[in-house]
Design a protein around this ligand. Structure first.
Ligand code: IVH
Length: 708
């Protein structure tokens, strides 16, 4: 029996919040059991006790009442915020192709990966809808939840809003309906509806939307689903997520199944078995684009067979078996009013062109990136020039070229600063250790004395793939820094313990009422435990992106091992003071880590400032090792090397397979290697493995090992 709950009058705000969350989950579980499955798990009286406790806590802490509180469950009341839903199968994004050659490369990559030797591969081609993706979960044929894509792993629960879309069936039709079905697709707004909506908004003095996509997003994220219902959104189904079983084997079959279940599917999907067919269809869709009545931004190609999709798998967040062939970017002409320099987290000076605002494909653009000093010189952009800009999808607009005929006679070339515009430190271009060439980036050498670098580091620390505190975004973290409440990111965890006076001043500031301060503390405390990969990423080490951080977390497993290995790698030994030791060798030997990344790590961990910062952070934060891909697989946790020519699986496929089973694949044999898979023609690696007594498998043995 569970222990007796704390009485309501003894709850602190933090405990109350946790208790409300717990009760909500508990009550919704019983609602589902009672209403959804006709299988109550508790008596009505016990259910009432839960509801009463929930109501009592809400009465004592009205500011903590959840947006989707169980007490509001009946009726049609607006919500305060959205809950999170974890996707059981991640929602992937797509790689891009911009021209024919990119499509050829994509097709050939698949051919090579699967070792098909030019046998035709069937691919579907369909419009890429410019809307928002959503995932719909059906259990026993009933729509039980719907979520946004979010970061691909966790989305927001927008079930009640999705239920207002008539093209989303509340119940699946047909004979074959698995227990669990997840259908994914795009929510979008038609041109006609977009125009009508903006006219209504204007008439009522409300803000208008820049394009149908923004309008659809704004409509879906309504806290009051009555507003969504009035927006007339549409939905095309195009992919599946978690499925308890399946009786279709291809994209084509899946789409016709969606139709039978009652979904709208895009009528322009067709299948081809060669690049020319795909490109012809792309051209056809491009000509139809102005007549479709909704926005599309390209054509998506997908390998038709599911078994091949599975073998191809995915790289980071995009499947190898699909690609988005984008339509060319839209262009416009405008004036460069100024060129400003932004200083990044690692000191990089990035020039940004401030433009006379201009509308490009329905979006008003007023800034464009100029990348770096060389880019400005190459494009010869002067302040005051008329330029052609372009924008593709959500990427930052680019300057294509200067309209030289319109250049003023007295125009002078832009001079790139040699000093940091923020802290005044010298800004130099480093020499690349490998090529000896000057880096394209000029970097401020101010480090932690540079305000821009410090605040950019803070912003990185709180960003979505790092600590991602609810309610503490880049704006708030910079405020805290400016107000002197924090000096570095580790201080975030000490804010709550600060003396009351300081907090009283914050509570009085705009936008920081009691409620948001309490919520902030809860959000911060939730992050006192964090996945190791996020932790490593959050440190903001140059060249360490999300993927490298994940790989490091997988390889070193715990924060202690990671830190001691990095410090060991940072100790120079050898007569000439060259950096080379065993820990460094292990590091560069990891797949995906070259000298540039390794040196960046070593430099970071050789700095006392950084080590002190990590110590301080670890005082407040515990890290969680990554879930092992598959503990039960025979290669889980093993260090593997593939050599020689493989004949059944391609090298890429073998590597991807090994990694998906939890192995670490490296490029060279050392005493850390557990298994070497050697195909015909294996040479020095095989010899070395034999000398070291490492287990050697033939390709057939490897396949036998992993195919059951
Ligand atoms: S398939 C595994 N098909 O594009 C592949 N995506 O850039 C999952 N999108 O997040 C996506 N139309 O929001 C697919 N016909 C289509 C699409 C489509 C639009 C969006 C979707 C996705 C994004 C990826």
């Amino acid at each position: 029996m569970a222990k007796k709950p704390i009485s309501v009058d003894k709850l602190t705000p933090m405990l109350a919040q946790m208790e409300l969350e717990r009760l909500k989950a508990e009550i919704s579980k019983h609602n589902q059991a009672y209403h959804g499955e006709d299988m109550p798990l508790i008596s009505d009286a016990e259910y009432d006790v839960l509801m009463q406790r929930n109501t009592a806590i809400e009465a004592a802490f009205p500011e903590l009442k959840l947006g989707d509180s169980p007490s509001d469950m009946v009726g049609y009341l607006p919500q305060e915020k959205f809950n999170k839903i974890k996707h059981r199968v991640p929602m992937l994004s797509l790689g891009n192709a911009f021209d024919r050659q990119d499509v050829v490369d994509f097709y050939e990559r698949i051919d090579r990966f699967l070792g098909l030797d030019g046998q035709p591969i069937k691919l579907t081609a369909e419009p890429k809808i410019d809307g928002l993706s959503a995932s719909l979960r059906y259990e026993k044929g009933n729509l039980i939840s719907g979520a946004t894509r979010g970061d691909g792993q966790v989305g927001e629960d927008i079930t009640i809003n999705l239920k207002t879309i008539y093209e989303i069936p509340q119940q699946l039709q047909g004979d074959y309906i698995p227990d669990v079905v997840e259908v994914r697709g795009e929510v979008y707004m038609s041109h006609a509806e977009f125009k009508a909506l903006n006219e209504r908004q204007m008439a009522e003095d409300n803000k208008t939307f820049a394009n149908p996509r923004n309008a659809a997003a704004g409509s879906l994220r309504q806290l009051d689903s009555r507003v969504t219902a009035g927006r007339n959104l549409h939905f095309f189904a195009y992919a599946q997520g978690d499925m308890s079983e399946q009786n279709v084997q291809t994209q084509m079959e899946m789409i016709s199944q969606f139709k039978q279940w009652g979904f709208s599917v895009n009528p322009l999907m067709q299948m081809f078995d060669n690049v020319d067919g795909l490109i012809d269809h792309y051209a056809k869709i491009e000509t139809l684009r102005p007549t479709l009545g909704y926005d599309i931004d390209g054509v998506v190609y997908k390998v038709n067979r599911f078994d091949l999709q599975e073998r191809l798998g995915f790289v980071s967040r995009a499947p190898r078996w699909a690609i988005a062939h984008k339509f060319p970017a839209e262009q416009a002409k405008t004036l460069v009013n100024d060129i400003e320099i932004q200083v990044g987290r690692t000191g990089a000076l990035t020039p940004v062109a401030r433009l006379e605002p201009v509308s490009v494909g329905g979006v008003v653009v007023s800034n464009a990136t100029l990348h770096n000093e060389d880019e400005i010189a190459r494009k010869d952009v002067h302040i005051g020039d008329m330029v052609v800009i372009q924008r593709a999808g959500d990427v930052i607009p680019q300057i294509v070229k200067v309209v030289l005929e319109q250049r003023k006679a007295d125009s002078v070339a832009y001079e790139f600063p040699r000093f940091c515009p923020i802290c005044g430190s010298k800004a130099d271009r480093e020499l690349n250790p490998k090529t000896g060439k000057e880096d394209v980036i000029r970097r401020c050498e101010g480090g932690l004395i540079c305000n821009a670098q410090v605040t950019e580091r803070l912003k990185h620390f709180v960003s979505r793939n790092a600590f991602d505190f609810d309610g503490l975004g880049s704006k708030q973290v910079v405020q805290f820094y400016d107000w002197g409440i924090i000096k570095d990111a580790a201080d975030i965890f000490d804010i709550e313990a600060k003396d009351g006076n300081e907090w009283d001043t914050i509570r009085k500031r705009d936008g920081w009422g009691d409620q948001s301060v309490d919520k902030l503390f809860i959000a911060i405390n939730e992050r006192r435990e964090i996945d190791l990969d996020r932790f490593i990423y959050a440190l903001g080490i140059r060249h360490i992106g999300e993927n490298t951080a994940r790989m490091l977390a997988r390889s070193y497993e715990t924060v202690e091992v990671f830190l001691s290995s990095m410090q060991a790698a940072s100790i120079p030994i050898g007569a000439d003071g060259n950096l080379f030791n065993e820990a460094y060798a292990d590091l560069v030997n990891l797949d995906g880590i070259g000298d540039v990344v390794a040196l960046s790590l070593v430099q970071f961990f050789a700095e006392d400032n950084n080590l002190n910062f990590i110590d301080k952070l670890l005082f407040s934060v515990a890290t969680i090792a990554l879930e092992k891909a598959d503990e039960s697989s025979p290669v889980a946790g093993k260090v593997m090397v593939f050599t020689g020519s493989l004949e059944i699986m391609t090298r890429n496929e073998a590597k991807a397979k090994a990694e998906s089973l939890g192995a670490k694949v490296t490029g060279s044999v050392s005493k850390k290697t557990d298994i070497l898979v050697a195909g015909p023609g294996a040479g020095s690696k095989l010899k070395k493995a034999e000398a070291l007594g490492i287990k050697v498998l033939t390709e057939a043995e490897w396949i036998a090992l992993v195919s059951n």
